[in-house]
Write a protein that binds this ligand. Structure first.
Ligand code: SF4
Length: 226
């Protein structure tokens, strides 16, 4: 099945709705098989659903500020690279009224095969995990953002025979880009959730961690021509 067929299938998907979750159907993602960077967020917000593009609104401003600091122009990044999410439909507001609902484990499981098929089709050189749900695809659930942001994981090519390798123990964990590592391996870089509702990125000590993450992305972009 082609990536285009998969994208049609995702857009038409009603699995979560049929399972009783009050999502707004209409999967949000962008990009093609030619992408060399694959960015994974948590789930789209309502403005992303309306605009049909990931990270369209406030969280996109902060995300593209970080990516801009790493050397990617927003239009260039959107045009050349792949953007998706752990769950691809808008999950609605949280019960507390503060921000959007975090998709349940069951919804994440329902959507997981789509994410795995996207990763397999694109087979990216660099994967950017944005926010807690995406970070937990690879990092242990008990990990603290302060211990993860500013680090990167590298999968050598022999560990990508299954292109959906999220085995934390099979990655080499580094705190800087290493240009001597095989260029056909995959780098995975975590970033915090860029929503304006999150105060974590505003703290000075966390800004320093984000600057380290941006430096890794910048080096990966330059060295791997991404
Ligand atoms: S979130 Fe994923 S599994 Fe759920 S309805 Fe949307 S595309 Fe389907």
């Amino acid at each position: 099945m082609s990536l285009l067929d998969l994208q049609l299938e995702m857009r038409a998907c009603q699995r979560c709705h049929q399972a009783g979750y009050e999502i707004t159907p209409g999967a949000v993602f962008s990009g093609s098989r030619e992408a060399r960077v694959l960015l994974i967020g948590q789930a789209p917000g309502i403005t992303e659903v309306e605009a049909k593009r990931p990270f369209n609104a406030g969280s996109g401003r902060r995300l593209f500020q970080w990516l801009g600091d790493a050397g990617w122009d927003e239009d260039d990044f959107r045009g050349r690279h792949y953007m998706t999410a752990v769950t691809k439909c808008y999950p609605g507001r949280s019960r507390s009224g503060k921000g959007d609902r975090v998709p349940s484990k069951a919804e994440q499981a329902l959507c997981r095969s789509f994410l795995e098929r996207e990763i397999t089709a694109v087979n990216p050189h660099l994967m950017i995990l944005v926010g807690g749900l995406a970070i937990k695809l690879l990092f242990p659930g008990s990990s603290r953002l302060a211990d993860i942001i500013g680090t990167a994981a590298y999968f050598p090519p022999e560990r990508l025979q299954n292109p959906v390798n999220f085995n934390f123990r099979q990655a080499i964990h580094l705190d800087a880009f290493d240009r001597t590592l095989d260029s056909s391996g995959r780098w995975v870089v975590p970033l915090p959730h860029p929503s304006g509702a999150s105060l974590w990125p505003n703290k000075p000590e966390n800004k320093r961690l984000i600057a380290r993450a941006v430096a890794i992305l910048s080096d990966a972009r330059e060295q791997r021509d991404l």
